[in-house]
Design a binder for this molecule. Structure first.
Ligand code: B12
Length: 450
């Protein structure tokens, strides 16, 4: 065996260095050069953000955990074709969403390759959507980088009332991507000094679940339960329906043939979104706004009404705000009550972090109460939960005077959330103890249906 220095690869590498054929990684990337690399790779717009930007401080630890060398982030967008997204036919809209998603991943991959060839380490920081870190399900958020705050920091747009980033020219018809780079960039973007969102509330009118509220609140669980019926825990619920069915006939009583076919389609061709109506009806953006400005009524007729009028099944959680919203606003749409699995957490911390996502402010309208929860056993935690004026506040430690005190064994509580243990049993066995009116605990439960 020869020494490492005698190895043919080492020899040829050293020869290439001597001939000046190995690129020296630049310390600072020229922003104009990098911009043209990204546009040549297929991006429709691009901006750069320093890892030290205060606008992305909240996710800096996660970014550095994914790629510790990150010094700058490349945020870029790809346009979606408007008429496809607006089509009431889900197959047509989903092909556009999936295709643009693939394009985002392709662009990111090409940019990373170009940087690698220039001697710069870079990483496609997060797929457009899926795949995600599935092993984190029930414990933490599954995605690695949150594209929206990066795009806003890079100056590519601002979040509208529908919680999506709106680009000043292309409007809501964009998907986002992020590349993490081990080099500084010579110039960074800065957030737009105005919001392209017109506050027209057409997204509020079009959302079939009532998830988007006119005051900017977003009911995560309403959107997720319907839109993601064929993803993650919606899929899990379908599997459990099969497991619990006594026979094929019993299964068919619970799941229609069309739903079974739809699940097959999602598994075969990529999970299908049940709606993207908030993007579809958005008139913001210079390229989009024309028809809306020309004749607002006609625009509503042409773009919003077909989606509102569509007869379809809307998936809702029993006891949720969506369950009352849909029949009231869309009597011709059929509701189907399903479990969304969002309370099936693997830790008390995940349960507490998840509360805002399942909170139903409509169900909380008559409740004004302060709760002190103490969790014991495998996981110890003390927390104050205040529900007042249809808002939720969760804080570590015990604050103020409680209307109800609850002490619960953490494992029993998580089993209760998974519907594997019932409350009377847990109270009897003193695994859960309360001081205050049990009605307040029931009222609490009603605010978090899942
Ligand atoms: C989680 C997520 C969702 C969730 C929550 C949406 C939301 N408002 O954040 C759900 C499932 C509801 C969803 C739906 C949709 N999404 Co989405 N989604 C994401 C994801 C993975 C992260 C979003 C995020 O970082 N939010 C953080 C902050 C900035 O958002 P937020 O509103 O303040 O907070 C919410 C989330 O953080 C969430 N959350 C927090 N912790 C956890 C933990 C778990 C386990 C879960 C499930 C959620 C969750 O709850 C909060 C309350 O809304 C990104 C992809 C990515 N890697 O970035 C795409 C992304 C935001 N989605 C996108 C799209 C297009 C959609 C849909 C149109 C898809 C569709 N066809 O139906 C709808 C639109 C719904 C809407 N009006 O917001 C695009 C938006 C493009 C744009 N122009 O901005 C993104 C950026 C994907 C992409 N690469 O382009 N999405």
């Amino acid at each position: 065996m020869g020494t490492l220095a005698d190895h043919p690869t080492v020899k040829s590498f050293r020869a290439r260095i001597a001939a000046g054929a190995v690129p020296k990684p630049p310390q600072i990337l020229d922003a104009e050069w990098l911009r043209s690399v990204c546009l040549d790779a297929g991006a429709d717009d691009v901006g750069f953000v320093s890892i030290d930007s205060a606008d992305i401080a909240a996710q800096k630890p996660e970014i550095l955990a994914a790629f510790p060398a990150t010094q700058a982030l490349i945020s870029f967008i790809c346009r979606m074709n408007r008429e496809n997204i607006r089509a009431p036919a889900r197959s047509i809209a989903n092909v556009e969403l999936h295709h643009t998603g693939e394009e985002i991943n392709d662009v990111a991959r090409r940019v990373v390759s170009a940087l690698q060839d220039a001697g710069v380490r870079a990483l496609n920081g997060a797929p457009t959507g899926f795949p995600m870190e599935a092993d984190r399900w029930g414990a933490d958020k599954m995605w690695v980088v949150s594209h929206k705050p990066v795009a806003v920091a890079a100056g590519l747009g601002r979040m509208g009332i529908h919680r999506n980033v709106i680009h000043p020219k292309f409007g809501s018809f964009i998907l986002l991507g992020t590349v993490l780079v081990d080099a500084e960039v010579s110039a960074h973007g800065k957030p737009l000094d105005y919001n392209p969102c017109l506050s027209c509330k057409l997204c509020v009118a079009a959302c079939p679940t009532g998830a988007i509220r006119p005051d900017g609140a977003f009911n995560f669980s309403a959107c997720y339960t319907h839109n993601y019926r064929e993803f993650m825990s919606g899929f899990g619920d379908w599997v459990e329906t099969i497991a619990e069915s006594q026979s094929a006939k019993d299964y068919r009583g619970k799941v229609s043939d069309a739903e079974t076919v739809s699940m097959w389609q999602s598994l075969s061709f990529g999970a299908n979104y049940k709606a993207a109506y908030c993007l579809a009806v958005c008139p913001a953006g210079e390229d989009v706004i024309g028809p809306f400005l020309a004749d607002r009524k006609q625009f509503t007729q042409d773009v919003v009404e077909p989606l509102r009028a569509k007869e379809e099944t809307i998936y809702v959680t029993p006891g949720s705000d969506a369950e009352t919203y849909v029949p009231r606003h869309f009597p011709h749409k059929k509701i189907k009550r399903v479990a969304n699995g969002l309370s099936r957490q693997t830790s008390i911390r995940a349960f507490l972090n998840g509360l805002p996502r399942v909170f139903q402010r409509g169900r909380a309208k008559d409740l004004n109460a302060t709760y002190h929860f103490t969790f014991t056993g495998r996981e110890n935690a003390q927390v104050t939960i205040v529900i007042a004026n249809r808002t939720l506040r969760v804080a570590d430690g015990h604050e103020g005077k409680p209307d109800l005190r609850m002490t619960a064994d953490s494992e029993t509580w998580l089993r209760f959330l998974r519907k594997e243990a019932n409350l009377p049993w847990a109270l009897l066995r003193r695994r859960i103890r309360i001081k205050g009116s049990p009605r307040l605990l029931l009222a609490f439960g009603r605010c978090f249906p899942s």
